[in-house]
Design a protein around this ligand. Structure first.
Ligand SMILES: [Zn+2]
Length: 195
């Protein structure tokens, strides 16, 4: 089981690293660029609820307008760069222009009845749309997450800065987070050193 988890984690880390190297679309000064609308979903584990947030571009609150929508847990937070795969996919694949995406944490929350290695394999499979719309049954965003702690005192805020590859809540052994981050950084360093 641990070996299967470790292999999945390595593959997911490499995928996020590759997505992090995507080129954002060019947006002329003063023009409105593409956006990803965000829908917050209440968390059954910690009770966090949908509440107004200030989103960094290209994220914005879901107002029902056309375009891609990302659903995420109300207790998690993503960087603006994390949604870049959605922006570029909506640009390249017409069938993903109005697609509905979910974060890993939200996908994982719906798989809690499965064994960890089976649940993680499902998350991994649901991320393959980044290679093409027909590559996966799901639309999970390959991005690490962080706990959302508005107004937290410095120690709590500092703890929340550390990314977690799957969910803000304890889920898998913490060494997998360390392995994930090491693999992701290693891919990024290789790309930069080879550039
Ligand atoms: Zn939560």
């Amino acid at each position: 089981m641990l070996r299967e988890l470790a292999e999945l984690v390595t593959g997911m880390a490499r995928r996020e690293a590759r997505c992090g190297l995507l080129t954002p679309p060019f947006v002329a000064t003063g023009r409105e660029g593409p956006s990803v609308r965000v829908r917050l979903v209440g968390c059954r584990l910690c009770g966090a609820r949908d509440e107004a947030r200030v989103w960094p571009a290209p994220m914005r609150a879901d107002d029902g307008a056309p375009g891609p929508v990302l659903s995420m847990l109300a207790c998690e937070s993503l960087t603006a760069r994390a949604v870049l795969p959605i922006v570029t996919a909506a640009e390249h694949f017409p069938e993903l222009r109005d697609a509905r995406f979910t974060t890993r944490a939200l996908t994982w929350a719906a798989l809690s009845h499965l064994a960890p290695e089976d649940a993680l394999a499902r998350v991994d499979a649901a991320e393959r749309w980044v290679n093409g719309p027909d590559e996966s049954p799901g639309r999970t965003l390959p991005a690490s997450t962080r706990p959302h702690r508005p107004g937290a005192a410095w120690p709590g805020y500092r703890a929340a800065l550390a990314p977690r590859f799957l969910t803000p809540h304890p889920a898998l052994p913490s060494w997998l987070d360390i392995q994930y981050e090491a693999e992701r950084r290693s891919v990024l360093l290789q790309r930069f050193e080879g550039a």
